[in-house]
Design a protein around this ligand. Structure first.
Ligand SMILES: [Fe+2]
Length: 435
């Protein structure tokens, strides 16, 4: 793999990469397979984590019926917090302890799947809550043993949580987003049924689709795995190992699909072809970044979401202010890619082209601007707010945003260029307004 100059080997750095993926079943109606697959995994009593908005829909009934058909006990848990918190994770863990399941099923968006991962982790491998949370906020402890089987069924085409070993939440005491990362958290299987996205509001498709888009872009432009210091032992290689030839494959196709179908999927809920293709792009990008990692736009997004004051987006729960995950990511993206383009101009240009920009006459020096302009075009097309100012932030917030993002070192160190505090502040300033 050293043949490509992007992946040139360097003394003391990594020379191999590892590919992990869940078993995936993708296609119309595959939720009906939940019973047979749960049975095959040895499940007799299931903790069924479901988004409360899905409980009254045929999706919930389809999974429940499929489990009952295999004579599997089903105990639903629906107290899912959109953008979960340590409090909502702890409540779910306590509930799972009472249920005594021998397996888990999750049906919902990233919040539901992540909550289910946390419940599975702390019931199977008990520890103090902060022990497994990413350092420096938590102890970053390794998960020593296996979890119970978990079948994840995503109902949005976004987070990729169904194929990654990460669970993200807000730590309320610090007003900071953080997470737990371990290959053991990766669901045993994913059932990805595009029929789930038929009833999604357009703003939800836009936000989750732009999350997918940024997963692919960040993964494709991440620091190459060959530039990360070699791990002490084979088992110390991190999940966020950097861009590699495997993750590149999924990113390229995800970006091409999003360039062709995202706008259509947002504009027309009856465009089943577009919604299916965006869900396939989400799957590919999820597998890709699960094996390479995201970087600065996601690291910065943790602060953008965590410090929200009074933004209430349409089509999301209105009880509390929030910046939806995909929106909190994409508002940073044009500013970041203007900065990172010089590390791999051709990759930035190719990405702009796959997303629909005409880059035939573009030079290497144009790469950052070409990609930023194409992202801005897409943001405007799917009606995303105008940068950080559009979700309630101003120049006076830059220091707080920087302080909130800087601890996300696991992500920031996966960026291809230095992400010091002054650099982050400059990137936030560049993200305040785009048009
Ligand atoms: Fe994301």
């Amino acid at each position: 793999m050293g043949c490509c100059h992007v992946y040139e080997f360097a003394e003391g750095c990594e020379s191999a990469f590892t590919v992990d993926a869940s078993r995936i079943t993708f296609g119309h109606g595959c939720l009906r397979e939940a019973g047979a697959r749960a049975g095959q995994l040895g499940m007799r009593r299931v903790a069924f984590f479901a988004d409360p908005h899905i409980v009254d829909t045929p999706l919930f009934q389809t999974v429940t019926d499929a489990l009952h058909a295999e004579k599997i006990d089903v105990v639903p848990y629906t107290d899912i917090h959109v953008e979960p918190t340590d409090a909502s994770f702890k409540a779910a863990i306590a509930a799972a302890r009472d249920i005594h399941p021998d397996g888990f099923i999750s049906l919902g968006g990233g919040s539901t799947i992540d909550t289910c991962k946390a419940a599975n982790l702390y019931t199977a491998q008990p520890a103090e809550f902060l022990d497994y949370v990413n350092a420096p906020i938590g102890g970053g402890r390794k998960v020593a043993g296996a979890l119970k089987p978990h079948i994840a069924c995503p109902t949005t085409s976004g987070t990729g949580s169904e194929v990654t070993g990460v669970a993200v939440f807000d730590l309320l005491s610090l007003k900071a987003k953080t997470g737990i990362a371990s290959p053991r958290l990766r669901p045993s299987e994913a059932l990805i049924d595009p029929d789930c996205t038929r009833s999604l509001p357009s703003q939800v498709v836009a936000c989750s689709g732009l999350d997918v888009l940024s997963h692919a872009l960040e993964s494709y432009t991440a620091r190459p795995y060959t530039r990360r210091p070699a791990p002490a032992t084979a088992l110390d290689r991190p999940g966020y190992q950097g861009a590699n030839p495997w993750s590149d494959l999924g990113c390229r196709e995800a970006l091409r699909l999003l360039g062709a179908y995202l706008q259509r999927a947002v504009d027309d809920a009856t465009d089943t072809e577009a919604r299916e293709q965006v869900m396939w792009a989400a799957t590919l990008a999820g597998i890709a970044f699960g094996n390479s990692g995201v970087h600065a736009p996601h690291g910065m997004a943790y602060a953008v979401a965590g410090l929200v004051r009074d933004f209430h987006p349409a089509s999301y729960p209105q009880a509390e202010p929030m910046v939806p995950h995909g929106m909190s990511v994409i508002v940073n993206a044009p500013s970041v890619f203007r900065y990172t383009a010089e590390t791999s101009p051709q990759r930035h240009l190719d990405a702009a082209g796959w997303l629909g920009a005409d880059v035939r006459d573009a030079a290497a020096d144009d790469a950052g601007e070409a990609l930023a302009q194409q992202l801005i075009r897409i943001m405007r097309g799917v009606r995303i707010p105008n940068g950080l100012s559009g979700v309630g932030y101003g120049t006076a917030d830059v220091d707080a945003l920087t302080a909130g993002a800087y601890p996300q070192q696991r992500l920031l160190q996966n960026a291809p260029r230095e992400m010091s505090k002054p650099v982050l502040a400059e990137l936030f300033r560049g993200a305040l307004r785009y048009w």
